[in-house]
Design a protein around this ligand. Structure first.
Ligand SMILES: [Cu+2]
Length: 189
């Protein structure tokens, strides 16, 4: 009786720290695994890359707008890893009532202006198209809320072949390059 009690204590003393150690180790393993999983899940967000089919969208962004502004621009790099061309046909943004795909062009008076691409924007097979200030861009119209610097807003890009992909536009400061905003005068509505 007495010795079996001592054995029990010994067993308890020996196993308790071991099992405790194991459980801590396990817990640490789970935490590590969770962190790894979180990191893996956040990775596309951190890198701001989105994929659908053969289409890859890199770093969608927008520029902060002053309070009361009715338009904002959206930019991104669009890659087509496929062997056939695709076409960006429509865009949405939660801050806007409507969004269009625009290109910059010089009008008959030699003035830099922009026009909607009603047939969308072709992304060549194996090619990359950059939507950037002074070039192709997304035009968010009928803004329902301002694009705030440092914030982000959700949107979606629809391709003729690849389909629709949800993205998040990060909002950069108002000063971010361009010379593009002036030509937006005609858009006020
Ligand atoms: Cu525009």
């Amino acid at each position: 009786m007495h010795s079996s009690f001592r054995d029990a204590v010994r067993v308890a003393l020996n196993t308790y720290p071991v099992s405790r150690f194991r459980s801590v180790e396990e817990r640490f393993g789970i935490v590590g695994f969770t962190l790894m999983l979180l990191f893996a899940m956040c990775q596309p967000l951190l890198a701001h890359e989105y994929k659908i089919g053969e289409i890859e969208i890199v770093r969608p962004w927008s520029r902060a707008t002053p309070e009361g502004a009715k338009v904002a621009a959206g930019y991104a790099v669009i890659k087509n890893n496929g062997a056939t061309p695709d076409r960006l046909v429509s865009v949405t943004g939660v801050i806007a009532g409507k969004a269009e795909i625009h290109e910059m062009a010089v009008d008959t008076k030699g003035v830099m202006t922009m026009r909607p691409l009603v047939d969308g924007l072709e992304i060549p097979a194996g090619g990359t198209v950059e939507l950037k200030p002074g070039s192709f861009h997304i035009m968010f119209l009928n803004l329902q809320q301002a694009a705030k610097e440092g914030a982000a807003f959700r949107g979606a890009l629809t391709f003729a072949k690849a389909g629709t992909v949800d993205v998040e536009f990060t909002v950069q400061g108002m000063g971010e390059s361009g010379g593009h905003d002036k030509s937006h005068g005609g858009h006020g509505g």
